[in-house]
Every structure is written in structure tokens, then in C-alpha cells.
Design a protein around this ligand. Structure first.
Ligand code: KIV
Ligand code: ZN
Length: 385
């Protein structure tokens, strides 16, 4: 098994999601939970952007002991100084600096020539390296950058001492095979690439962030940048809980593992959702209400015979209580009989059939049948439970 570093950017890219702002104390609370979860790196924020951001990064650095604390900086000395000053007290710190490299960003955002972008990279990484032992460099919009130019920028970043090279799919544009191919090409073409860890950072504009992340890890990237519940700019970033569980459940084929305590996943997800007021969709993988719920008769019958017929991981493995057998219009006799028995409602087979027919009529009207409904159905049929 090879180890994948989990770099959580909930408090930076995640917080850039419209409506997801957290105050300083809330950010500290999430950071401490991320430490419990076992993330390797916590990106604490973008300190130059406001005094509150700076304070949050500083507070997190002073309180978290077991994860590396990163802070984001553009390529200017002012940004890099703010990052270095804010995380200086961390047990382990990392400056994450970035420069846009794609033609559209160079022309319309930076108004710089390719040569100027290379010089910006050189100066930024050199300056950051003088302020912090560990420097990560990101060529922003890497997946829309000309390959030769991208490789040149990465080469310069390594020359200047960056030891983590992140390849962001900034606008969620790439697809899994193409992204894997990009990682492979970088590994083959950039001189001294083995001096650095390759990192992946995927946005979800096409709903491919997790698939792209897994594909790139499979091609040799060794750090995944992710957020809790997949929050982030626009459609978000790759969801930590999904990437981690994909690696965990499919380690047979991927041969990769993380240091994440998966039993903390659900608590972390709920904590963030409640804090920022972003509800978790019912059908969200791993942490959604329906992720371990079964309503249809065929599935319930399968589940009651053997859990693995319709579940590839246990709810307990991600910190949830139990599988839910939900009674509704698609449920069959097996699930119905089992729930009645659990509720200690004792009726014979003939009565069970009548009760089941009555149940189906109610289930046609209601979306979900609760225990109180079952008591009502049985007492209406037989006078007592
Ligand atoms: O998406 C992106 O390109 C970023 C960089 C700052 C790494 O968030
Ligand atoms: Zn991003």
C-alpha cells in the first residue's frame, strides 16, 4: 500500500464557496475536528485577504499539533509574508503559493507574457522558500495550460525548492483519462520531479472532481486536495469523504491508503453542514441520509439475507449508527415482517398479509412509513397491537 497525503482545503477553497464564510472561532473548531479526522495538511486560509483571515490562520497554527498548517499566497512578497507570519507558530507549516499559467489567465488576468510568468514563479518560490521550510507551488488553471509551458514552470518551481507541486483543475474542465495522462506526462518529462510530491486539486464543474482525483492518484499523484462535503468555489471541490472512502473500499485495485480515521467522517460532515447552514443532499455519497437506507422490497430482502448484497461498506466504518430499512411503497413483505417483529407486534401469517395490504395503501399516499404508522395500521385492522 502506498500512502496518500490528504490536504484539506475546507477552510480556504471551501470557505470561498458563496455563503460558506466562517468566523475565526468556527474555523478553529473545524480545524480541530480535521486534526481528529487525521488529515495530513490543513489549508487554514488566505491570510493576506483580511485581518480576520490572518487571525484564523494564526489561531489554527497555535492550536493544531498533529497536522501541517498551510496558508495560501499569490506570488507577491506581501502575500507570502502574510502567509509566513500567520503560520509561523505551527508545529509544521507550509506556504502554498500560486501563479496562473493558462493562456486565458495570462492574457486577461495577469497581463503577463509566458516568460514573465516563469519569472514570477521563480521569485515567488524562492522568496517563500526563504520564509518557510516547506513550499507548495500551484500553476493555476494547469489543465488549460500548454503542456510544454506547464512543464517548464514546474521545472523552475522545483529548481527554487518547491517540494509539493499541485496540478489544479481550477475550472473543473478535465476528464479522468486526460488528467491521468497529464500526471503521467509530468512525471516523465519534468526534470527532478522525484524531488517533489505531485498533488491534485479538482473542481466539480462537470461533476468529475472525485473521479478525476482518483484517476490522478492512480497515475502517481500522492497528495489529494479535498474539502468536507465537497464545498468550494462554484460547484465545489472533490469531497474528502468520497475520495477517502473510494481509496479505502477499492484498495484491492488501487493499492493506496490514507491516514484518515474514517469513523470521524460523518461527525465532521454534520459539524460543517450545521455550522455553515449548507444541508447535505439526501442522496450524497457516504454522508447523505439515504446513503445507507434501503426501501425497495428486492433490496430489503437482499439486505436481510446478507448485508453485502447492497452495501459495499458499513455505516459504522464512516461513523454512522446503522443501516436503515425504510418502509415505503416499494417495500416488500420481508422488510414489513421484520419491522413488525422488531416493534414486538405479534400477528399470524394471515393477519400479516391483511396488514401488508393496508400498509401498501397508506404507503401509496405517504412517502415514508414510520413506526407510528405501523401501530396505527395494525390497530385499525385488528383493534390492538
Ligand atoms: O483551483 C485552484 O486553482 C486553486 C489554487 C489556488 C490552487 O484553488
Ligand atoms: Zn481551487
Amino acid at each position: 500500500m502506498e500512502k496518500i497525503q490528504i490536504f484539506d482545503t475546507t477552510l480556504r477553497d471551501g470557505e470561498q464557496s458563496p455563503g460558506a464564510s466562517m468566523d475565526v472561532e468556527q474555523k478553529l473548531e473545524i480545524a480541530l475536528q480535521l486534526e481528529q479526522l487525521g488529515v495530513d495538511v490543513i489549508e487554514s486560509g488566505f491570510p493576506v485577504s483580511s485581518p480576520e483571515q490572518f487571525r484564523a490562520c494564526k489561531l489554527i497554527s497555535e492550536n493544531v499539533k498533529n497536522s501541517t498548517i498551510a496558508a495560501l499566497a499569490r506570488s507577491t512578497e506581501k502575500d507570502i509574508d502574510a502567509a509566513a507570519d500567520s503560520i509561523g507558530k505551527a508545529a509544521r507549516s507550509r506556504i502554498h503559493t500560486f501563479v496562473s499559467t493558462s493562456p486565458i489567465h495570462r492574457e486577461f488576468k495577469l497581463k503577463k507574457t509566458p516568460q514573465e510568468v516563469i519569472e514570477m514563479t521563480r521569485k515567488a518560490v524562492r522568496y517563500a522558500r526563504n520564509r518557510c521550510a516547506e513550499v507548495e507551488f500551484s500553476p493555476e488553471d494547469a489543465t488549460r495550460t500548454e503542456l510544454d509551458f506547464l512543464c517548464k514552470v514546474l521545472e523552475v518551481a522545483i529548481e527554487e525548492g518547491a517540494t509539493i507541486l499541485n496540478i489544479p483543475d481550477t475550472v473543473g474542465y478535465t476528464v479522468p483519462d486526460e488528467y491521468a495522462q497529464l500526471i503521467t506526462t509530468i512525471r516523465n518529462r519534468v526534470p527532478n520531479i522525484d524531488k517533489a510530491i505531485l498533488s491534485v486539486h479538482c473542481h466539480n464543474d462537470l461533476g468529475l472532481a472525485v473521479a478525476n482525483t482518483i484517476s490522478a492518484l492512480n497515475a502517481g499523484a500522492r497528495q489529494a486536495e479535498v474539502t468536507i462535503n465537497g464545498i468550494g468555489e462554484r460547484a465545489g471541490n472533490a469531497a474528502l469523504e468520497e475520495v477517502v472512502m473510494a481509496l479505502n473500499v477499492r484498495k484491492d485495485i488501487l493499492g493506496l491508503e490514507t491516514g484518515i480515521n474514517t469513523r470521524q467522517l460523518y461527525t465532521t460532515s454534520r459539524m460543517l453542514s450545521t455550522m455553515i447552514g449548507f444541508p447535505i443532499p439526501r442522496n450524497k455519497a457516504i454522508v447523505g441520509e439515504n446513503a445507507f437506507a434501503h426501501e425497495s422490497g428486492i433490496h430489503q430482502h437482499g439486505m436481510l439475507s446478507h448485508r453485502e448484497t447492497y452495501e459495499i461498506m458499513t455505516p459504522q466504518s464512516v461513523g454512522r449508527d446503522t443501516t436503515r430499512i425504510v418502509l415505503g411503497r416499494h417495500s416488500g413483505m420481508h422488510g414489513f415482517r421484520k419491522r413488525l417483529a422488531e416493534l414486538n407486534i405479534i400477528i399470524n401469517e394471515e393477519e400479516l398479509k391483511r396488514a401488508y395490504e393496508a400498509f401498501l395503501k397508506v404507503a401509496d399516499r405517504k412517502k415514508e412509513i414510520f413506526d407510528e404508522d405501523l401501530f396505527t395500521i395494525v390497530s385499525e385492522q385488528f383493534g390492538t397491537t
